[in-house]
Design a protein. Structure first.
Length: 158
């Protein structure tokens, strides 16, 4: 195995790791932690405090993941002969990547709104919690879409 192959394998590994940190965190939070916290603590202030603490910790991981995904994604795309350029629709591979990137950009915006915007908005606590939950669910659905498009991009790159 050449040095070039080892470096590429490490780039793919890091890209996968950053994906797991972000989208896996969304899965865990949405489908396990939040329902469990509500079942044990109810929907009162203790649950809100717990979820805010978890969100603050996960936000740091998400920010690291976003930067890591950008860097490793660019390195991966440049290696493929099918890559026709960022936000290109020149071929099926590039079109799938463009759609994937649009979903990721939307996810980044939602993540920033959840971690930074909601704190500043003057909404009733119930309305803020409801909006936060909807944004979380939207990001989970978008994350699933990103994973689906990743599968297609891998198939098309082969």
């Amino acid at each position: 195995m050449s040095v070039k192959d080892v470096v590429f394998a490490l780039v793919v590994f890091l890209h996968d790791l950053f994906t797991v940190m972000w989208i896996g965190g969304l899965f865990t939070l949405t489908l396990s932690v939040l329902p469990s916290a509500k079942a044990v603590l109810g929907t009162g202030p203790q649950t809100q405090t717990l979820m805010q603490a978890i969100q603050n910790r996960l936000s740091r991981l998400v920010y690291v993941s976003i930067v890591g995904l950008i860097v490793t994604g660019l390195l991966q795309a440049n290696r493929s002969d099918a890559f026709a350029g960022l936000f290109s629709a020149g071929n099926d591979y590039s079109l799938v990547l463009t759609l994937k990137h649009l979903l990721v950009i939307t996810m980044v915006i939602i993540a920033l709104i959840r971690s930074l915007g909601l704190k500043r908005w003057k909404l009733a606590p119930q309305a803020k919690a409801k909006l936060n939950a909807r944004l979380l669910m939207a990001n989970l659905v978008l994350g699933i879409g990103v994973l689906l498009l990743s599968g297609f991009s891998t198939a098309l790159a082969s």
